[in-house]
Design a protein around this ligand. Structure first.
Ligand code: FAD
Length: 454
């Protein structure tokens, strides 16, 4: 009997995974719970529904990492990108999509594919045999979420993300900031200097709190509740509780000596922690926030040392089911705890800890190809981390810090630097062009090698 690849969840990632696997000759069954079981964000029973904005963000494949991801998915015969292109709306340099015809076309192309069928049912357990991809997204049904938590350990599955803003290291002014762990704690020099510190005077702190209190904030969606994140309150909520709360929380100045002005005691200190193995990204510790994006950049650039901060991603708090992929998944996106059992279980899409329509689709593309290759008896190599798809998979399955793992957008901070290029803002255009040229060449090679080994 021909083996079947089961894909749970027919959202953006599941649809792309199904398409990619079927295009290699693999039989696929998609299990989608909608319209029988609804989520608070989806409005239709279509496959590939976009739940909120209709934007795939920048389409610039030379200067933008998400535009590069578009390029890579187009080159790989991606269903989501081809359909988005077919239903493109005018939006300047961005790729905006006419959402209903988009989802209708994705659904139709999958339903009419000779190797794909769809069953409309909720899957509530992790199976014990067969080949499976779980692409159930940020709003994974509660019963399945419970089953995943039972398998992985509850602390390895989050139901909310509380994202602190992440900043490109080369945009931080190190004439103001310095590296030091609180009380110089740690056995090695690297541990004793693990944090990047930005000092504030009393006036700067007071102005910062005023701006925080006045900033525009986003509301929770219907169906989201605040009860999940008592342990990680947004900074503006902490400030509302009292002007000094942050100074006794994430901004406490104790155990730190300003390397630039050792005699001056800071009134408050904002700490940043390394966010990836490359050391190109730093997150602001404890700074999860519901401030709107425009307000966020303005307020955070008031922090001394961050005046010119370039953000790899901004902060947020959302309902979002996601795995601690760095500890749970291998580089083939398989659940490590099930390796060698009767079932091969992969995860794809937003549940793996990427963030966004395009990133989720890209992880579906990779999972679909990896599963199809494995079922055909070979192993698909992981694309190099110099490509956008490779940078993302490398980040979530190993490059990211497992302890502080939070969902990630694609951005150039995930790419290994190109030697010999100028850092800082001035060299940015040349640097980004070098990243994207290198990525396109490496992605093209990877596609050719994958085709040869198939
Ligand atoms: C409220 C909200 C707003 C967002 N806004 C944006 C935005 O504007 N831009 C952006 O880029 N990203 C946005 N995101 C993130 C966005 O969800 C993801 O980027 C993208 O939809 C994830 O793709 P996915 O395929 O992983 O998940 P989804 O597209 O959500 O697909 C998962 C599918 O699995 C199904 N499913 C769930 N559980 C089961 C089960 N047990 N059995 C069978 N089927 C199941 C669901 O019905 C769904 O069809 C938003 C997320 C949320 C929650």
């Amino acid at each position: 009997m021909t083996e079947i690849l089961h894909i749970v969840g027919g959202g953006l990632a599941g649809s792309e995974a199904a398409w990619q696997a079927a295009q290699t000759g693999t039989r696929v069954v998609i299990h989608e719970m909608r319209p029988k079981v609804e989520t608070f964000a989806h409005k239709t029973g279509h496959l590939g529904e976009m739940v909120c904005s209709n934007s795939f963000r920048s389409d610039d494949s030379e200067q933008n990492a998400v535009g590069l991801l578009h390029w890579e998915m187009r080159a790989a015969d991606g269903l989501i990108m081809a359909t988005a292109d077919a239903h493109r709306l005018p939006a300047g340099g961005a790729l905006a999509v006419d959402r209903d015809p988009f989802a209708e076309t994705v659904t139709e192309r999958l339903l009419t594919h000779p190797l794909i069928s769809v069953t409309y049912e909720e899957v509530s357990n992790l199976p014990s045999s067969g080949h499976w991809i779980f692409a159930t997204g940020p709003l994974t049904s509660m019963s399945l979420g419970g089953a995943i938590a039972a398998e992985t350990g509850a602390e390895a599955l989050a139901f909310f993300d509380a994202i602190a803003p992440i900043i490109h290291f080369d945009s931080i002014n190190m004439d103001k900031a310095w590296m030091q762990s609180r009380y110089d704690k740690g056995d090695t020099e690297a541990e004793r200097t693990a944090y990047l510190n930005c000092p504030m005077t009393r006036d700067q702190y007071e102005a910062f709190i005023d701006a925080l209190l006045k900033a525009d904030k986003t509301e929770f969606h219907d169906g989201e509740t605040a009860k999940y994140f008592d342990g990680c309150l947004p900074i503006e909520v902490m400030a509302e509780r009292g002007r000094e709360t942050l100074r006794f929380g994430p901004m406490k100045p104790v155990g730190l000596t300003n390397a630039h002005q050792p005699d001056v005691k800071a009134y408050a200190v904002v700490q940043l922690r390394r966010d990836n193995a490359l050391g190109t990204l730093y997150n602001i510790v404890g700074f999860q926030t519901k401030m709107k994006y425009g307000a966020q950049t303005k307020v955070l650039r008031m922090i001394p040392g961050l005046e010119n901060a370039s953000f790899a991603r901004l902060g947020g708090i959302h309902r979002n089911t996601f795995l601690n992929s760095p500890t749970l998944l291998d580089e083939q996106m398989r659940l490590k705890s099930r390796l060698g059992s009767g079932a091969t279980i992969r995860f794809a899409g937003q549940i793996t800890g990427v963030e966004g329509y395009v990133e989720s689709s890209a992880m579906g593309l990779l999972a679909g190809r990896m599963a199809a290759a494995e079922m055909a008896g070979h192993t698909l190599s992981v694309p190099a981390n110099t490509t956008a798809t490779g940078a993302l998979i490398t980040h979530i399955t190993g490059g990211a810090e497992a302890k502080t793992f939070q969902p990630m957008n694609v951005n150039f901070g995930l790419f290994p630097p190109v030697d010999g290029l100028k850092g800082g803002r001035r060299g940015r255009r040349d640097r980004y062009k070098a990243y994207t040229d290198r990525a396109k060449a490496d992605w093209t090679n990877w596609l050719a090698q994958s085709a040869e080994s198939a």
